[in-house]
Design a protein around this ligand. Structure first.
Ligand code: PMT
Length: 222
């Protein structure tokens, strides 16, 4: 990369987990480190794009060359930041692991132990950021990620169709790949085609993903 394949285009990338607060000291989160999404943002910038990175709670320095970084914590904040930046984005790449659920109520004081009685948390479903983005910015080229533990191809292709995406990058999680790890392996799918990107560093995979996104974007818009 570094070849200007995305020159003149504005790319919006989401990365990392979301944290959904239970009370002032506890939250529900997931194991995303942000590394995959940060590598994608860096590769897009290196390909000449103007990159906005929306980052969940991660401890990573900003990738080289990005134009803007917006730090958020919850899925609701990530949705607001993504939708706020979406109008000017040509391409959206959703690498964040957005929490599907949040506590229905956030306690304003620390919850106390219940002397052996079970604690039941009511969870409310979070909005789907990709779906809302597709409705709000029908012109944008949409790339989703899918993290699965099994039946990766079937679930990914279902998400591609159901969410109306232009491409999906699927990874199997576990076995030292995916969440937190340095390496990953991706299966790319788009309507009518696909490509296997075997195990490699997240930086190397991000460069190959961005090359394919640039090619598919040009084809879709030509
Ligand atoms: O951060 P790392 O440690 O490097 O790990 C990288 C990763 C495994 C987190 C990343 O490669 C990845 O797969 N990210 C997506 C994980 C995921 O949550 O997938 P999903 O199947 O739940 O969601 C599918 C797509 O919908 C994703 O693009 C997601 O951003 C999007 N989504 C999901 C839920 C929601 N409420 N809103 C969304 O936009």
């Amino acid at each position: 990369f570094g070849d200007g394949a995305l020159a003149g285009l504005r790319v919006l990338v989401s990365a990392g987990p979301t944290y959904e607060d239970i009370d002032p000291v506890r939250f529900i989160g997931n194991r995303s480190s942000g590394r995959m999404g940060f590598a994608v943002a860096e590769a897009a910038a290196s390909a000449g794009a103007q990159v906005t990175l929306v980052a969940g709670p991660v401890s990573l320095p900003s990738p080289a060359g990005i134009a803007r970084r917006l730090d958020v914590r919850s899925a609701a904040q990530m949705r607001e930041a993504v939708l706020g930046a979406a109008a000017s984005a040509d391409i959206y790449i959703g690498a964040a692991a957005v929490g599907d659920y949040r506590p229905a109520q956030v306690a304003s004081r620390k919850l106390k132990k219940r002397d052996g009685a079970p604690l039941v948390l009511d969870l409310a479903e979070n909005p789907d950021i990709l779906k809302d983005l597709a409705a709000a910015s029908p012109h944008a080229f949409l790339v989703g990620f899918a993290a699965e533990t099994h039946d990766v191809a079937a679930y990914a292709q279902d998400k591609l169709a159901r969410k109306g995406l232009d491409m999906i990058a699927a990874n199997r999680v576990g076995e030292g790949l995916g969440f937190e790890a340095d390496d990953n392996a991706l299966s790319l799918y788009w309507p009518g085609g696909g490509e296997e990107l075997p195990r490699a560093s997240k930086r190397a995979l991000a460069a190959r993903l961005i090359a394919r996104v640039a090619e598919r974007y040009r084809m879709a818009r030509s």
